[in-house]
Design a protein around this ligand. Structure first.
Ligand code: SF4
Ligand code: SF4
Length: 71
């Protein structure tokens, strides 16, 4: 089965909502997300969106609803 990356979108983390728990990083099989330090606090960032399939698992697991799939 084929999917079109542009149709499904890619992950984007809202830094104002993220609390840096790392759950999204762990669940992603494509290693799209990473934890970085932002103003001395941990934040997730989707810095490898070229590998994102748009599967949405990271959005489901996030307790803060901080991850969004954007086109
Ligand atoms: S949508 Fe899927 S592939 Fe993309 S970052 Fe989230 S878990 Fe990873
Ligand atoms: S699961 Fe949500 S709160 Fe936790 S690091 Fe990822 S985006 Fe941030």
């Amino acid at each position: 089965m084929f999917w079109n990356k542009k149709d499904r979108g890619v992950a984007f983390v809202h830094p104002d909502k993220c609390e840096g728990c790392g759950k999204c990083v762990k669940i992603c099989r494509n290693q799209v997300l990473n934890i970085v330090m932002y103003e001395n606090e941990k934040r997730a960032i989707a810095n490898h969106t070229n590998r994102c399939s748009g599967c949405g698992k990271c959005t489901v697991v996030c307790p803060q609803r901080a991850v969004e799939i954007i086109l």
